[in-house]
Ligand binder design. Structure first.
Ligand code: CO8
Length: 265
């Protein structure tokens, strides 16, 4: 990466384009398909804090390193041995530092989905205000195959974005959608060729940047308020409970051992 990129923590790179008033935040854990661990979440929070404060930056784009993945989920190796309390804690801290922070941000944030957006990775994209995918993107919520449910907001945000029926089907079947299917149900707003992805997001940012910053903050707050309820807490509690089940252990063991899970049914 060239000199315009600044490193935050171990795995976040940021490019601040003050002339065009936009920051690109890139998650760089390519070998693990940019899976979200605690370090990524903390560094993302730091990057977002800067964008929030810097008045010359009026919008941001989040993307993943490499050609394969936006983010392939929360880091399964990190949370595999968690008990209920640790799971509840990780879910609520992650929401506070990253997912809800983005959803309630004072400036618009665009997800540039450059490959797999799975589990927590799709939840990250769902937290963003606008989603653009490239033609290689694959979107899905595999949590029920791991003996879990989505724990970073998808049970709440997905029905708002694609409607109850499509949300239920995606969560209950764990089926991945390609970019065309994702656009058809409104999960992503646009699809472009891989080399056009950042350019397309920048062109949306340029339109945003011509508007009033105060209006953007108020618009985000107002649109979000249409959907406020207690579901987010219920999701965290239900998510934690699953860490006490045998099937969670079996689902995550099976993934790490590269085999199909054999669930107690
Ligand atoms: N966590 C940790 N490591 C991962 C993850 C992940 N989510 N995804 C991929 N990796 C790692 C693989 O283990 C592998 O590592 P290694 O080379 O050391 O074996 C490397 O990335 C490359 O992956 P694959 O070899 O599997 O690549 P493939 O091209 O064969 O497959 C897939 C790509 C289909 C994306 C596959 O990697 C996959 O299915 N990944 C897991 C997807 C998934 O289940 N995501 C959901 C995770 S659970 C979650 O996000 C819960 C959110 C709520 C959490 C709340 C807080 C606790």
């Amino acid at each position: 990466m060239n000199d315009n990129w600044k490193k935050i923590g171990v795995s976040i790179m940021c490019k601040h384009d003050f002339k065009n008033h936009v920051t690109i935040i890139k998650i760089c854990r390519q070998k693990q398909l940019n899976a979200l661990n605690k370090e990524v979440i903390n560094s993302m929070e730091e990057a977002l804090d800067y964008v929030e404060r810097e008045s010359k930056i009026r919008s941001a784009i989040i993307t993943g390193e490499g050609e394969k993945a936006f983010v392939a989920g929360a880091d399964i190796k990190e949370f595999k041995s968690f008990k209920k309390e640790e799971a509840n804690f990780l879910s609520s801290v992650g929401k506070q530092k990253l997912f809800n922070k983005i959803a309630n941000f004072n400036k618009p944030i665009i997800a540039a989905i450059n490959g797999y957006a799975l589990g927590g990775g799709l939840e990250l994209a769902l937290s963003c205000h606008i989603r653009v995918a490239n033609t290689r993107a694959m979107l899905g919520l595999p949590e029920c195959k791991l003996g879990l449910i989505p724990g970073y907001g998808a049970t709440q945000r997905l029905p708002m974005i694609v409607g109850f029926g499509h949300a239920m089907e995606m969560i209950l079947t764990c089926k991945m959608l390609n970019s065309e299917e994702s656009r058809r149900i409104g999960l992503v707003n646009h699809i472009v060729e891989p080399e056009e992805l950042i350019k397309k997001c920048l062109s949306i940012a340029q339109l945003i940047n011509k508007t009033s910053p105060e209006s953007l903050t108020a618009a985000i707050k107002s649109v979000n308020s249409a959907f406020s309820n207690d579901g987010d807490n219920i999701e965290t509690i239900e998510f934690g409970k699953l860490f006490e089940t045998e099937n969670f252990k079996e689902g995550t063991d099976a993934f790490l051992e590269k085999r199909s899970p054999n669930f107690n049914r």
